[in-house]
Design a protein around this ligand. Sequence first.
Ligand SMILES: [Cu+2]
Length: 191
Amino acid sequence: MKKMIPYSIILLVILSACSGGKDTADPEKIKEAAPVNAETPINIDLLNTEGDKVGEAELSENGKGVTIHVRAQGLEPGKRAIHIHETGKCTPPDFKSAGAHFNPGQKQHGFHNPKGYHAGDLPNLEVDTEGKVDELLKTADVTLEQGKPNSLLDKDGSALVIHAGLDDYVTDPAGNAGDRVVCGAIVKEGN
Ligand SMILES: [Cu+2]
């Protein structure tokens, strides 16, 4: 014998489906509230001062922080500063559009600065004699989780910037690292 579904349950389902419509009608709100899947890496292009792609970076989160896999070519060999800057906009040739260092904690710049360091500070890259770099950088000071104060995916995003010189890890506000030579905007995909 078939089991019948009581009419009261069917009625409840219909009623709740109808009443839900009012609160969920705004697609913009739904979009804003949708959490980014921390398991999904973010891939960004790295541009040189002419606006040409010279590499890429993959940012992923594992709960202990963010890992940034940087791969690029055509750079000057040697140690080069790399930082996360505060705005996800890379306008060549000077990349000033990326703003200052990502610094939600209002610290000074530099791992060796007693008043430091910025959440966007990263260890220097080592560019090989062929001008290539392939490195994994890890930081526990930032997150890709939206809504947190140290999220790289805040409203205007953030940017990965490589400089012409190396970071001395102490000079405020930018480690005396020279011009910005490579930039990649860190924004939520689809933006
Ligand atoms: Cu910088």
